[in-house]
Write a protein that binds this ligand. Structure first.
Ligand SMILES: C[S@@+](CC[C@H](N)C(=O)[O-])C[C@H]1O[C@@H](n2cnc3c(N)ncnc32)[C@H](O)[C@@H]1O
Length: 244
């Protein structure tokens, strides 16, 4: 059995990380007319197209156990060495997972090798800054920037890529880092934070969260950031990378 970070932090993943419909549409479009797809770092199966033939690859048994009944078949394996032949699928996809891989170039080469068509990756642009939470907890930005590849690094391995901005809806159902941008109280909930891997690596969040709690109570948060409460979706740096 392979041990992985998500065996520890993934316990309640499915409770807080449900696929978001607008992100799902963007991923489906990016996959084009591919009918056979490998979903690498698949977790509990979010964003796997139900009308197409999908095989999932996932490292963590804790995540595999949370895949719902009827989900695509899953292989427990690492993205670094995919157990498939060259060109085995019409497309490969990797959704919010690549920043965890120990050798990102090797993982990208594997995504390219097993797909005879598109490679679709949902990631975050480390040059982005502008999420209000990082005013309270700057370590979030530092940590994420040290893990997510720069966007130009994808095409160094995959060849020419299209980069598609993925706006995040105000009621996003996939509780990743910026998902609660219009629901600031959510970040005070330890269960919400436990489904966001960045928080598992940070040691000094208490004072920032206490300040957020105070600012929400006094109205200072609304004074500083209240204009976003009128927005229904916003760009927080999430990008689809599509290589053909
Ligand atoms: C943030 S979750 C995303 C899961 C899923 N793609 C989704 O969108 O909900 C990251 C996933 O990548 C998996 N993962 C991390 N490193 C991996 C590796 N080297 N090989 C395969 N999966 C890996 C984790 O176990 C976890 O399930």
């Amino acid at each position: 059995m392979m041990a992985s970070l998500y065996d520890t932090i993934g316990q309640n993943y499915a409770d807080f990380r449900q696929p978001d419909p607008s992100i799902e549409r963007a991923i489906q479009d990016a996959l084009g007319d591919a009918t056979s797809i490998v979903n690498v770092g698949a977790g509990c199966g979010s964003y796997e197209p139900s009308q197409r033939s999908v095989v999932a690859v996932e490292l963590s048994m804790t995540m595999i156990r949370q895949r719902p009944p009827g989900a695509a078949p899953v292989v427990q394996a690492t993205a670094m060495v995919l157990p498939f032949g060259a060109d085995a699928f019409d497309a490969s996809m990797a959704i919010l997972t690549l920043h965890h891989w120990p050798n990102k170039v090797q993982g990208l080469e594997e995504l390219r090798r097993v797909s005879r068509g598109r490679v679709v990756i949902l990631t975050w642009d480390p040059t982005y800054s502008g999420f209000w939470l990082t005013d309270y907890i700057p370590e979030v930005l530092v940590d994420d920037r040290s893990n997510f590849p720069m966007l130009h690094e994808y095409e160094q391995v995959l060849g020419p890529t299209e980069v598609i901005t993925v706006p995040i809806p105000h009621n996003c159902t996939d509780g990743f880092m910026c998902a609660y941008w219009r629901r600031p109280e959510a970040y005070l909930d330890q269960r919400v934070r436990s489904a966001i891997s960045t928080f598992s690596r940070l040691r000094n969040v208490t004072s920032g969260l206490q300040q957020l709690d105070r600012d929400l109570k006094t109205g200072e948060w609304r004074n500083r950031y209240g204009d976003i409460l009128n927005r229904t979706e916003m760009d927080f740096g999430y990008r689809l990378i599509v290589a053909s």
